[in-house]
Write a protein that binds this ligand. Structure first.
Ligand code: HEC
Length: 129
């Protein structure tokens, strides 16, 4: 009797230990992710320059119609490219900028643009919801 109840206790302790270990792993991974995100923003001069600029929504909307609407739709609803509805809720500014300038996901091209142009586009991307 005593031995089986102490078994229960040690099982609970085991699962507590497991939970604690998982929590430590999860928070370590978050920390690495956050540090990485901060680092990317700091070390990428284009991202930094863009984030220091004030974007214009009007220019951003025009740039979007000219460069992006053919694939993402005039209302960003998605065509060949995916819908960009609420995209700034899903992606950080740094990720949005890299998506536009790096051409990591063909067929989306990489855009060679000035930080000011990117800041305008970013301003528009923030308003798509
Ligand atoms: C030739 C077509 C094309 C053009 C032009 C284009 N895109 Fe894309 N875009 C895509 C495709 C395809 C994807 C999906 C890539 C993937 O993840 O496989 C994408 C993905 C994206 C994403 C990521 C969406 C998400 O949910 O992860 C963003 C943001 C984006 N595009 C913004 C833009 C902006 C801003 C422009 C204009 C400056 C632009 N795109 C121009 C085709 C295009």
């Amino acid at each position: 009797m005593t031995s089986s109840s102490s078994n229960v206790v040690s099982k609970e302790q085991n699962s507590n230990n497991l939970l604690r270990t998982l929590a430590i792993i999860a928070s370590t991974m978050w920390l690495i992710l956050i540090l990485w995100a901060i680092d990317v923003t700091k070390t990428n001069p284009f991202v930094k320059a863009t984030l220091n600029k004030e974007g214009s929504l009007d220019r951003g909307a025009m740039l979007f119609r000219i460069n992006c609407a053919s694939c993402h739709g005039i209302a960003a609803q998605g065509l060949l490219g995916p819908s960009l509805k609420q995209v700034s809720f899903r992606l950080t500014d740094s990720q949005l900028i890299q998506q536009v300038i790096e051409g990591r996901t063909p067929p989306m091209p990489s855009f060679e643009i000035e930080p000011q142009t990117m800041a305008d586009l970013l301003e528009y991307l923030h308003t798509i919801n």
